[in-house]
Design a protein around this ligand. Structure first.
Ligand code: TMP
Length: 274
């Protein structure tokens, strides 16, 4: 590694160590942001599946997800989907608006796969009659169970009008992402998103939050059906970060930002050393 790169990495970790950690999840850490109402979202290389029963460190995954999620959040913001993203700070961190996360995982499916295919006995890969939105409760100790809207409203996890907004926004996100991925030869099978409440004085606004990356989507190559997402890790298919890098390349992230080519080739070289 060149001296400049190692200097860059040192100063990054020095900055991090001064920050107050707010929360550590399985793939990300949140730190206090530089201004009130902001947080710094740090993308780790850790990957987990099956509620963290399976764990690994995939060198470079965090760098790729930081870039892919930035790309998608910025694109969604341009078409009016309000989200928490403010700006990318460095290879692994982005500045975000602080929100109170709504404790629901909102899943949108276009093609039968994963838990729905299993639950309903539908063959993986079958196109669904229309996009289907599902809700899971964010509770690791219960394995994020599938719930009905009724549970969410009765127990106060989200109000009826919030549920309507979550569904409408999720379907808009789906339309946009389906087109975006189709244009680069990728089938958007399904994805999971999260939302938060952003408080600004007396007003509350619902913002798309968390991340959108190959960790939280199923992405299949249109021609070959090759999986370009976290199922490569869940199902031991290998070449996980290579698949994520393929998504980043097709999205034009490397092309549009020549400086990042160096960074991502560092990621690849680091991996090749293992
Ligand atoms: P599932 O078929 O396993 O329920 O997953 C549906 C979608 O949600 C898929 O794109 C992967 C994503 N997902 C997450 O982002 N986090 C999770 O914890 C799980 C189980 C799925």
């Amino acid at each position: 590694m060149r001296a400049g790169d190692s200097r860059g990495l040192r100063s990054e970790s020095q900055i991090m160590s001064r920050r107050k950690q707010i929360y550590e999840g399985k793939a990300k850490i949140l730190y206090e942001g530089p201004e009130p109402g902001t947080l710094v979202q740090y993308f780790k290389d850790d990957a987990t599946a099956f509620n963290a029963q399976k764990k690994a460190t995939l060198q470079g995954k965090g760098v790729l997800n930081n870039r892919i999620s930035e790309h998608i959040m910025v694109a969604l913001g341009r078409v009016g989907v309000q989200n928490h993203f403010i700006k990318r700070l460095n290879m692994r961190e982005q500045l975000i608006r602080k929100v109170d996360i709504i404790p629901l995982e909102v899943i949108c499916r276009n093609v039968a796969a994963g838990s729905m295919a299993k639950r309903l006995g539908i063959e993986e890969g079958e196109e669904l009659p229309r996009a289907i939105v599902e809700f899971c409760l964010k509770r690791d100790d219960l394995n994020d169970p599938l719930i009905a809207e009724e549970h969410a409203t009765a127990f106060g996890w989200a109000s009826p009008s919030e549920i309507d907004e979550l569904i409408a926004t999720t379907l808009r996100v789906n339309d946009f992402l389906q087109g975006m991925f189709f244009a680069i030869g990728i089938r958007l099978v399904d994805f999971k998103i999260e939302f938060g409440r952003h408080f600004d004085g007396d007003t509350v606004q619902i913002l798309l939050a968390d991340e959108i990356s190959p960790d939280s989507c199923r992405l299949w190559d249109l021609e070959t059906g090759k999986k370009l997402d976290k199922d490569r890790f869940r199902r031991d298919l290998g070449d996980v970060t290579e698949a994520y890098a393929e998504v980043a390349t097709r999205l034009g992230i490397l092309k549009d930002n020549p400086g990042e080519v160096t960074n991502l080739s560092v990621v690849r070289n680091e991996k090749n050393k293992d």
